[in-house]
Write a protein of this length. Structure first.
Length: 381
């Protein structure tokens, strides 16, 4: 017996947006690896006036229904900075979830049609909603819950996307390593030499002046990552927004800046796996979730930590100093992560599969790829 046809409707009301966000709970309700996101965070991501991405981007959202029941969702977006820094005519889609292949096909087709109407000639996806949010579809690591700020998807999504004519653009990797018992003699010698160098200073951030510290870090990020595939710079508004969002989960010992002759030239941000704190909140901060989360953040004790952002100034790329600074940052933070926070496992990433410099750092002795995410592409004809 054939299924009823899929109907699509644009998200235009608060009720539609609520349904768009809530749909993920239906998709993953029986998935033990899924971590429910905070609904307020998802809502802010998709709301112009709250997310400064909308100052240079535009998006449209759809819900798919069958017999009046929601069976899928998707976004499509055009970012002016993507046009400047990747390639003109490059559009994106994301926030993709579906219950069946028919809904998936209709949603992707709708996203493509809108992108064509916007003058786009190529589609990349899934990217939810920019490269700085949750890029890529998980294609390996489904059995393990994602760490903070990483996505989780169903295994059969990949087939639905390739059925729509998409091919691999890039893979993004995360690496897991046991930091509690980690040691490498060659790296230890490199770090010891760096500690004797009076021109090098590795310092913690000062949370009391975190706005200024965040600006240093994120401007370094814009410089360090500028040659990477998919890169778009964070604007001043986005830097301020990111600093405000990150501050509650920043711990001074876990975020460090490397200076050379007094100039900031490298940084590393490590976050306790906040997903361990929010998993039982079911996406809700009210009425009692906020109090639980606040209490847990006061003295965070997580099993895992994630390094979402790390970079060395572009002028140092390919030098021995760049590797030395990177390993010094890793080791100094590792010591405090284990000794002060009781963290046992570290995750590095995501990292582009062809970023040889970062891969050489992430592939520490004992490290393994624990998640792989794929961004797909298609020419729009």
């Amino acid at each position: 017996m054939s299924m009823a046809p899929v109907n699509l409707r644009a998200v235009e009301s608060k009720a539609d947006l609520r349904a768009f966000i809530d749909f993920a709970w239906r998709v993953y309700r029986d998935d033990p690896a899924w971590v429910p996101p905070l609904k307020d965070e998802v809502r802010a991501l998709l709301t112009p006036g709250k997310n400064p991405w909308f100052e240079h981007g535009r998006a449209k959202l759809w819900l798919a229904t069958r017999d009046g029941e929601i069976v899928g969702r998707i976004s499509a977006q055009v970012d002016n900075l993507v046009q400047q820094h990747m390639a003109p005519g490059t559009g994106q889609w994301g926030m993709f979830e579906a219950l069946d292949s028919g809904a998936a096909a209709a949603l992707i087709e709708a996203a493509e049609e809108w992108l064509r109407d916007q003058g786009m000639t190529r589609a990349l996806g899934p990217i939810s909603i920019s490269i700085w949010d949750e890029p890529g579809l998980e294609i390996e690591g489904f059995e393990e819950p994602p760490t903070v700020m990483m996505g989780h998807h169903l295994p059969h999504y990949a087939g639905w996307i390739t059925d729509a004519g998409y091919a691999k653009a890039r893979d993004l990797l995360t690496y897991e390593v046991n930091i509690a018992d980690w040691h490498s003699e060659p790296i230890a010698r490199l770090i010891a030499m760096g500690q004797k160098n009076p021109r090098i200073r590795i310092r913690t951030v000062d949370k009391a002046r975190f706005d200024a510290e965040a600006r240093i870090i994120l401007n370094l990020l814009n410089d360090a990552w500028s040659d990477n595939w998919g890169f778009v710079p964070l604007t001043e508004s986005e830097i301020a927004y990111a600093g405000k969002k990150l501050k509650p989960i920043i711990y001074e010992e876990l975020v460090r800046i490397a200076e050379y002759d007094g100039e900031p030239v490298a940084f590393m941000i490590t976050l306790p796996d906040i997903n361990e704190f929010i998993r039982d909140l079911d996406g809700k901060l009210f009425p009692f979730g906020w109090a639980k989360l606040l209490w847990r953040l006061r003295n965070p004790r997580t099993k895992r930590a994630r390094v979402p952002l790390m970079g060395v100034a572009k002028k140092l790329h390919g030098t021995r100093l760049a590797s030395q600074l990177a390993f010094m940052l890793i080791e100094f933070i590792r010591r405090d992560a284990v000794g002060k926070f009781g963290i046992r496992t570290g995750e590095f990433g995501w990292i582009l599969e062809d970023n040889k410099g970062m891969l050489s750092i992430a592939e520490l002795p004992g490290a393994r790829v624990n998640h792989r995410y794929r961004i797909y592409e298609k020419v729009l004809t």
